[in-house]
Write a protein that binds this ligand. Structure first.
Ligand code: ATP
Length: 277
């Protein structure tokens, strides 16, 4: 296998002969960042979309690959649930473009968004590989990969078949989740992929009247985890209305809206810095 065109060329310790990554010469993707969680429902897809929008606002060319094949949420979060991806005469796939962000999801290829995907792991893994090789991404500064939850088969395929530059971990700060996040972090270590940082999501609620913070969990374990592993916490986000309904930005509390968008912009800045190091 040749390293030519690979985003990690000259910056990885894989043996070119045994590397399983196939790169499409028509695509030039500078960095691939996987957004991962140990467990489902912690806000991984929401953070992927918000980070993509923030990076696009900075003028970056951004793509999102929905690698959560059996539970795809990117089309709805990007308000693109009625879109269908088209193919080219060369059997390549054209991504859907929303607000300048290129998107691919298996739901863009299904008859209806509620058609289930009842496939076994290796077939799902091949779909993810094709999303990298067969989609015409063109020039991208960052491709964000919305990973399936956990450390299973498909997560492993993504890490082995895509030249991932770094991982952002999303977690809620419960003790049980900290243990599962630790597993995901150790998986990245084994695969030689750096964990850029962890976003603690839905950690607390701020009273709209007195602004007291009500913590949902005892987060001592996650704090200890950050101390032990020296992994960076990118920030802690409360439960917020505008994320619950991501399309209704304008109808909610403006102060909360600005704070949340600022929070995501700050993380996007840190991610860009970390990727350039
Ligand atoms: N900070 C937040 N405040 C309020 N609601 C949130 C917040 N973050 C995420 N949510 C909501 O939590 C739910 C789960 O979020 P999301 O789908 O992003 O999680 P996920 O980890 O990608 O889930 P899955 O495991 O299904 O892929 C969604 O309804 C989302 O709107």
């Amino acid at each position: 296998m040749s390293c030519e065109g690979c985003p990690n060329e000259g910056n990885c310790n894989k043996d070119a002969a045994s590397c399983q990554i196939v790169t499409n010469p028509k695509n030039h993707i500078a960095k691939i960042v996987a957004v991962m969680s140990g467990k489902g429902g912690v806000g991984k897809s929401t953070m992927t979309v918000m980070l993509a929008k923030s990076l696009a606002k900075q003028g970056k060319k951004v793509g999102i690959m929905d690698a959560d094949i059996t539970g795809p949420s990117i089309p709805r979060l990007m308000d693109a649930q009625n879109e269908h991806a088209m193919g080219t005469a060369e059997n390549e796939i054209l991504p859907i473009v929303v607000d300048g962000i290129k998107l691919i999801s298996l739901n863009f290829m299904m008859e209806t968004e509620s058609t289930p995907v009842i496939w076994r792991g290796p077939i799902i893994g091949n779909v993810v590989k094709q999303f990298y090789t067969d989609v015409l991404w063109g020039n991208l500064d960052v491709l964000l990969v919305d990973m399936p939850p956990g450390t299973g088969d498909v997560a492993l395929t993504v890490m082995q078949s895509l030249p991932v530059s770094g991982v952002i971990m999303v977690s809620t700060p419960q003790p049980m989740v900290s243990m599962i996040v630790a597993k995901a972090v150790h998986m990245c270590e084994k695969m030689n992929i750096p964990v850029l940082g962890v976003i603690e999501n839905m950690a607390y609620l701020e009273c709209p009247h007195c602004h007291e913070k009500i913590n949902f969990y005892n987060d001592e374990e996650l704090d200890a985890f950050f101390d032990d592993t020296k992994i960076k916490c990118y920030g802690t986000l409360p439960m917020v209305d505008l994320i619950r309904d991501i399309h209704a930005y304008d109808t909610y509390n403006l102060e909360q809206q600005e704070k949340t968008l600022q929070f995501i912009d700050d993380i996007a800045d840190q991610v860009v810095q970390d990727l350039n190091q």
